[in-house]
Design a protein around this ligand. Structure first.
Ligand code: HEC
Length: 113
């Protein structure tokens, strides 16, 4: 093998590796968009002070989040953030939670039966 074809092989290897990396990244970002319930379990601990263990609220002042649709939870959280929906407690809390964390928390509560 002369030097030139050796370089070609190396380039081919790099391109293949790049394509694999891009493919993995698109899988990862698809997962990110959907929200990760396992990650959300830990992020949702503070919510359970009011919304009950695993979102099974027993206090009518705090809505049940267990089994709620993730898309609904995410929308409410964004509405609390932007004050499209007004609640003194949630308006205080929501802005400090990133969209990523909201997606994970929402996926977690949706996964609870
Ligand atoms: C200090 C108490 C408290 C904590 C902690 C709390 N919430 Fe709330 N949350 C409330 C109250 C009160 C409401 C009801 C607002 C209303 O009546 O409009 C509410 C409403 C909501 C709603 C709307 C539910 C519905 O059915 O429309 C969502 C979603 C929500 N909270 C998510 C969360 C998440 C996620 C966390 C944790 C990051 C959290 N909350 C932490 C008190 C709390």
């Amino acid at each position: 093998m002369n030097r030139k074809s050796g370089q070609k092989t190396l380039l081919g290897y790099r391109v293949t590796r790049l394509l694999i990396t891009l493919a993995l990244m698109s899988i990862a970002s698809a997962t990110i968009a959907a929200g990760n319930p396992a990650a959300g379990k830990f992020k949702a601990i503070s919510c359970q002070i009011c919304h009950g263990k695993d979102g099974h609220s027993t206090n009518p002042a705090y809505p049940k989040l267990a089994g709620q649709h993730a898309a609904y939870i995410e929308k409410q959280m964004h509405d609390f953030k932007t004050k499209k929906r007004i609640d003194p407690v949630m308006n205080e809390m929501a802005p400090s939670i990133s969209d990523r964390d909201i997606a994970d928390i929402a996926a977690y509560f949706e996964s609870i039966k």
